[in-house]
Design a protein around this ligand. Structure first.
Ligand code: ADP
Ligand code: MG
Length: 258
């Protein structure tokens, strides 16, 4: 579809507002234009994001850092279609999701985005298999097809031998790998992770980061990850800072494996 054959096809610079760009081949997967978001507390309007512009290329792995309260989770929720901006456009794969109604947005989200949380958000009464199967219950897949998908995905995250374990019978790192399996079982374009290693010990964090990198490198998943952990940020290809409502800086890391 979007094979990177032609390197010359770059949009004219004039078509893009000043902002942060994380390169990739072809048109960006995520195009954020003039996005603002504020919250109202009583009479007071608290601006969180102010005229944000950001491109994220296909196949990118971006780490988003910034002080607590700077709006990182707010930005992730806007990209994932969980929340809507007050102003501006967010196009994902060419579709402006800010124009979608609630029902269409929920459908788009189920098909297009996998979300990974700091505290896993698994259903405690369901085992690993059932947790990963949940998003597939909304699809037209047969029971046998669902089983095959879930087993393949749990194998991918290295948990084939834990399928019938409930979350409280799994370590934090294993729970996060179940949550990652749940996020990718529908084969979404985009993975959004909000501090995915924030609650993990160093070894488990390293395993989760290695898994995210594999999903990026081998399965071409585009990943946007908020993190406070410099080691987590190093797993990404690009680093973006959010501070005082603005994306203030970006510094590319060395290319993977190069
Ligand atoms: N639902 C909400 N209602 C009111 N204020 C909110 C809400 N969500 C976040 N905020 C405020 O918006 C700011 C940014 O929050 P957040 O995006 O969670 O920051 P971060 O993830 O960078 O720590 C904070 O000041 C927070 O208190
Ligand atoms: Mg946050």
């Amino acid at each position: 579809m979007n094979s990177a054959a032609s390197g010359a096809q770059t949009a004219p610079a004039s078509a893009r507002p000043a902002g942060v760009r994380s390169a990739g081949s072809g048109p960006p997967l995520i195009e954020i234009r003039h996005v603002s978001k504020s919250y109202t507390r009583g009479e007071q309007v608290v601006p969180v994001l102010t005229d944000i512009n950001l491109d994220v290329g296909r196949g990118e792995f971006v780490a988003l850092m910034g002080p607590s309260g700077s709006g990182k989770s707010t930005l992730l929720n806007l990209i994932a279609g969980i929340d809507k901006p007050d102003a501006g456009q967010i196009a994902i794969n060419g579709e402006d999701i800010t124009q979608l109604g609630e029902g269409d947005l929920a459908g788009w989200r189920a098909a297009s985005v996998g979300f990974i949380f700091q505290f896993y958000n698994l259903m405690p009464v369901l085992n690993a298999f059932e947790n990963v199967e949940l998003p597939l219950l909304l699809t037209a897949l047969s029971r046998a097809e669902r089983r095959a998908r879930v087993e393949m995905t749990l194998a991918l995250v290295g948990l084939s031998d834990r399928m019938d374990h409930r979350p409280n019978e799994l370590s934090g790192g294993q729970q996060q790998r179940v949550a990652i399996a749940r996020a990718i079982v529908s084969d979404p374009l985009l993975l959004i992770a909000d501090e995915p290693t924030g609650d993990l010990d160093r070894t488990s964090a390293a395993e989760v980061l290695a898994l995210l990198r594999r999903l990026n490198e081998e399965l071409d998943k585009t990943i946007v990850m908020v993190t406070h952990d410099p080691r987590a940020a190093e797993a990404a290809r690009h680093l973006i800072y959010l501070d005082k409502g603005q994306l203030t800086d970006t510094s590319p890391f060395a290319a993977h494996g190069a």
